[in-house]
Design a binder for this molecule. Structure first.
Ligand SMILES: *Cc1c(COP(=O)(O)O)cnc(C)c1O
Length: 385
């Protein structure tokens, strides 16, 4: 199928009705194994750790949405990162942009560094120096969590290309609806489908998309050999989420922009982090490489940590929880949750204040989200007095 429109591809790519009954919505192939007519003779699948029709449908849809030709889906976002790292050899260097998702940083430094991979972390301006001839993988996220820093994708991919290293973008925050790193030179794109792609906070999953057939084979091998496969039900749920990705992302963005604009010049706010604001340091690069600014807003309130924590506790629509990207709004306090393992001096240095609150704007009514925070603000002040 050659469908140009994103929303149309999200609904139809890889999703033709399957025989024998041509059910319009796909059946869930809850099977671990497949009958063989004679040893080694089977209809495309032999064991679900290696493949399943629900995986294939999701992969075709997601590959299309990232303008890739291949995708491999995994049990989680970190499962997808694991698969990528297993394609490397002892002594290979991985250069990563600062500001990585904490779980990815932990996987690099606490697990794979034990097996002879060399991890180097750098700011965008330090990347060129850090990428040496032993570098096989250049890994980055943009926008980052929770400060929404924006990196120039084409620039980073160009640096990787110079030494023949693979460039990989974790595109979880932007989603393929707003940003396609492969079009900007990335060799592969990775997502935690747990977030926007699944979109309903009801499933954990990951995926890697690429145009590189050799890499696709290595990723399929890693999934099968390491045991990184998702469940057929989870991939079915994820594909159900994909169908509404375009609509949801528009609503997430509309709410995020409204929240960011509302708190931009607010008496109780020091700073708002949202790439869609024209005074955001990455706004120009974001405008060049993204079609929209997605649904996460971080707000540094002008108050001590105690008051910020009280504020969060009075929110009714924003649920205090890990994760992001679901239809229901979520809120988190990075200094005590996602980034608690970073020493407070280092947190201050990178601009991650104790009064920073990250909002994952859902698809509720815009006015209700703003009112939820405004209602909580005076109450959090009372708590302290
Ligand atoms: C959540 C997340 C991951 C990890 O994905 P899981 O599905 O939780 O394993 C990786 N990268 C980013 C940017 C994330 O937000």
């Amino acid at each position: 199928m050659d469908l140009l429109n994103f929303a149309t591809r999200a609904l139809h790519e890889g999703q033709e009705p399957l025989p024998p009954f041509d059910a319009v919505m796909p059946p869930i192939y809850m099977t671990s194994t497949y009958a063989q007519s004679s040893p080694g003779v089977y209809k495309g699948y032999d064991y679900t750790r290696a493949g399943n029709p629900n995986f294939t449908q999701l992969e075709k849809a997601l590959a299309s949405l990232e303008n890739a030709t291949h995708a491999t889906c995994f049990s989680s976002g970190l499962g997808a990162v694991t698969a990528l790292l297993t394609t490397l050899e002892k002594g290979d260097r991985v250069v990563a942009l600062n500001g990585l998702y904490g779980g990815t940083f932990r996987l690099f430094t606490k697990v794979f560094s034990k097996f002879g991979l060399d991890f180097v972390f750098a700011s965008e301006t330090e990347m060129e120096k850090a990428i040496d001839k032993n570098t096989r993988l250049v890994f980055f996220e943009t926008p980052t969590n929770p400060l929404l820093e924006v990196a120039d994708i084409a620039h980073l991919c160009g640096l990787a290309k110079k030494v023949g290293a693979l460039s990989v973008a974790d595109n979880t925050f932007a989603t393929p609806y707003f940003q396609n790193p492969i079009d900007l030179g990335a060799d592969a794109v990775l997502h935690s489908t747990t977030k926007y792609i699944g979109g309903h906070s009801d499933v954990v999953g990951g995926v890697v998309m690429t145009k590189n057939g050799e890499l696709k084979q290595k990723l399929d091998f890693a999934r099968m050999a390491v045991g990184l496969n998702p469940s057929p039900f989870d991939t079915w749920l994820t594909l159900r989420g994909v169908k509404t990705l375009a609509l949801r992302m528009e609503a997430h963005q509309q709410n995020a922009l409204a929240l960011a604009t509302h708190f931009h010049h607010h008496p109780k706010v020091k700073r708002v982090f949202y790439p869609g604001l024209s005074d955001h340091p990455g706004h120009d690069v974001a405008k060049r490489q993204m079609r929209g600014f997605s649904g996460i807003v971080s707000v540094e309130f002008d108050m001590p940590q105690k008051e910020a924590l009280a504020l969060i506790s009075y929110l009714k629509i924003f649920t205090l929880a890990e994760s992001l990207g679901g239809v229901g709004s979520l809120v988190c306090h990075p200094a005590t949750m996602t980034h608690a393992s970073i020493p407070s001096v280092e947190r201050e240095r990178i601009g991650l204040s104790d009064a920073l609150i990250r909002f994952s704007c859902g698809i509720e009514g815009t006015a209700d989200l703003i009112a939820d925070v405004e209602r909580a603000l005076p109450r959090s002040l009372e708590t302290l007095s």
